[in-house]
Design a protein around this ligand. Structure first.
Ligand SMILES: *[C@@H]1O[C@H](CO)[C@@H](O)[C@H](O)[C@H]1NC(C)=O
Ligand SMILES: *[C@@H]1O[C@H](CO)[C@@H](O)[C@H](O)[C@H]1NC(C)=O
Ligand SMILES: *[C@@H]1O[C@H](CO)[C@@H](O)[C@H](O)[C@H]1NC(C)=O
Length: 455
């Protein structure tokens, strides 16, 4: 017996270092990767293409398809505005990142419930034949969630993923021993607010967000001819770092410092910034990228980006529609076409004014609940969110009863008003009144002909 063991030890030593694929399947635990982009429409091209690109990178670094789950609406490749049907790129002159992307969850299946269910290894989804993270206590999980966001929420089509639900899911996974370590990259406007003061430091989760809690994120590689943006700034920096370094050496902390170093950028001589943040168990940041994203040498790995970055256009993630119309108005010579764009822009800005006005009147109608603060302060300041229960009810009621979210993404830039209202509520019965009044106000006053396509 002893001899056999010795022999086995010799044989395995002789075989030397196992390749990454084998290592990930052995006693050390498996590596799982969940990639999710929940936005749809041509205007949000960069959101899905970032996720596609991340899929190509994890695949080329040796994470087996069995351990990858991809969630995406899947309407970009076939959009009628796509000049190269079936092809999706993530940078100018880029390669097709759509090729071979799995369709585990697409279209209306990309919901907050399914996203959390995938992470938790939900039985009901598994029984329906849907793929879930079937992980155990020794497994590592990497998650990339990408979409629009606002205070304490990430947009999933017409619903919100709330920060409490996300953090509760992670805690539950820790309690149920679903992972040894989990790394979460979250990219959205105000994405820091999804973890700030919520993510525990003792559940082996390390999170990096694209922005501070109250900061906007930026689309990158915007192209007025295509009328969209090919990617986002955070992901472009992430992929730069990932492709330029050996993932067996590069640590998450070094990658974070790379984001920090690139926090400032300029466009048309104007300076802008976006500050990635880290949360949770920061000791995990000393792990290498390879431990979560694969370490196999690949041609992608050594490829340095050869894009001319001098004239890259950035657009705030919430301003693509306005920006594209302004640019088209500037660049179009034909007067009739130009006027068409002017009309479109006018309609869009009028839609915004309409929503602003609905909110103004609503806030006035509950002023008696907030005697110590002016309507203006409620509408225009950004207070700290503490009363999450009230905030959640108002935000959810607004997209259920007033303006549907996916058709009216301008909602995202108004949610701070509900944060401010909730911070003024003395108790839950005040909050009940505020919620009921909102529902009632919208049912009585919203003009359904105007309350759509407010970008
Ligand atoms: C970014 O800009 C800010 C404000 O101008 C400055 O304080 C900071 O040092 C800059 N950061 C880097 C890494 O250049
Ligand atoms: C940016 O600033 C430089 C020097 O101040 C100037 O020469 C250039 O024309 C400016 N470019 C734009 C796009 O405004
Ligand atoms: C794309 O490729 C063309 C032709 O090779 C080149 O002229 C152009 O500068 C490239 N675009 C970027 C943004 O690198």
């Amino acid at each position: 017996m002893k001899v056999l063991l010795l022999l086995l030890a010799f044989v395995s030593a002789y075989n030397a270092l196992p390749a990454f694929d084998e290592l990930s399947q052995e006693g050390e635990g498996k590596t799982w990767v969940v990639l999710c982009a929940s936005a749809n429409t041509w205007m949000n091209y960069g959101i899905q293409s970032d996720v596609y690109h991340s899929y190509q990178l994890v695949r080329s670094h040796g994470i087996p398809d069995d351990n990858i789950i991809v969630m995406h609406y899947d309407d970009i490749a076939t959009d009628k505005q796509n000049p190269t049907p079936g092809v999706v790129i993530n940078e100018p002159n880029g390669t097709n990142v759509y090729e071979g992307v799995p369709k585990h969850y697409t279209g209306k299946d990309v919901t907050p419930q399914n996203f959390l269910g995938v992470l938790k290894g939900d039985d009901k989804l598994a029984k329906l034949g849907k793929k879930v993270v079937n992980s155990g206590p020794n497994d590592r999980i990497f998650v990339y969630l990408m979409d629009h966001g606002a205070e304490g929420v990430v947009m999933f089509m017409d619903t919100f993923l709330h920060a409490e639900d996300l953090n509760n899911a992670l805690k539950e996974m820790h309690t149920n021993k679903r992972y040894s370590q989990l790394v979460f990259y979250l990219e959205a406007c105000e994405s820091g607010s999804m973890f700030d003061k919520l993510l525990p430091t003792d559940i082996n989760v390390y999170a990096v967000t694209a922005t501070k809690p109250k900061e906007l994120g930026w689309f990158y590689y915007c192209d007025t001819k295509l009328s969209t943006c090919l990617g986002t700034y955070f992901a472009a920096m992430w992929f730069d770092d990932w492709r330029a370094n050996d993932p067996n050496v590069e640590k998450f902390q070094q990658e974070y410092e790379f984001f920090d170093k690139h926090q400032n950028f300029t466009m048309y001589n104007q300076s802008y910034s976006q500050h990635a943040q880290q949360y949770g168990d920061l000791s995990l940041s000393k792990l290498t990228l390879a431990q979560f994203l694969g370490g196999k040498k690949s041609p992608e790995m050594t490829r340095t980006s050869n894009i001319n970055r001098e004239n890259i256009q950035f657009v705030s993630k919430r301003e693509v529609a306005v920006y594209m119309l302004q640019k088209k108005i500037e660049e179009t010579q034909d007067i009739t076409t130009k006027l068409g764009y002017v009309k479109e822009l006018e309609a869009l800005l009028n839609g915004r004014l309409y929503m602003d006005n609905v909110l103004y009147e609503y806030v006035n109608s509950i002023q008696h609940l907030m005697p110590n603060i002016a309507t203006n302060a409620i509408l225009h300041t950004k207070q700290e969110l503490n009363n999450r229960h009230c905030y959640r009810r108002l935000a959810d009621s607004f997209i259920e009863h007033c303006f549907t979210l996916n058709e009216n993404p301008y909602v995202l830039s108004k949610l701070h008003i509900f944060v401010n209202i909730c911070e003024q509520m003395r108790d839950s019965s005040d909050a009940d009144i505020a919620v009921n009044r909102l529902i009632q106000y919208c049912h009585q006053n919203i003009d359904r002909n105007i309350a759509t396509n407010i970008q």
